[in-house]
Design a protein around this ligand. Structure first.
Ligand SMILES: [Zn+2]
Length: 137
């Protein structure tokens, strides 16, 4: 029987797939401003402290450099006022009720067992392949 993979290996694998899926799903464009630059960043809307939020597809959005870090109204802007401006754009994109749902999930993230993690990796691989078939890589 094959050796059971380490949890950290599974999480890394699943996160890599999460990023790929967020990119393909967004059509390789910034989901806030529509920019199609080379460097796009899959961003976690409500952070990624828990494994659940790290791997949750609804918590992902694809951003250009400007919307991610560099712009005045970026997700990781230096000033709170900039982050607040970004937050307004996220509300427009996701809707307030969906953001509330994500926020509450962040506060009480469900646990993911190792067996579920293995299942998630397999599901994400299948989803990525389906998306690639439909939209191209
Ligand atoms: Zn952008």
């Amino acid at each position: 029987m094959a050796k059971k993979p380490k949890r950290s290996t599974l999480v890394n694998k699943a996160e890599k797939l999460w990023k790929e899926i967020v990119r393909i799903r967004a059509g390789h464009r910034c989901e806030i401003c529509g920019d199609k630059e080379k460097q796009l960043h899959p961003h976690h809307i409500e952070g990624k402290r828990s494994t659940y939020m790290k791997l949750y597809l609804a918590n992902g959005i694809l951003l250009c450099c400007s919307c991610h870090k560099l712009g005045e109204a970026a997700a990781h802007a230096d000033f709170l006022s900039g982050q607040m401006k970004f937050h307004k754009k996220i509300i427009a994109f996701k809707g307030q009720s969906e953001l509330n749902r994500l926020y509450h999930l962040r506060l009480k993230p469900p646990n993911i067992k190792d067996a579920e993690l293995i299942e998630q990796v397999l599901q994400y691989e299948a989803l990525r392949d389906r998306l690639k078939e439909r939209w191209g890589s």
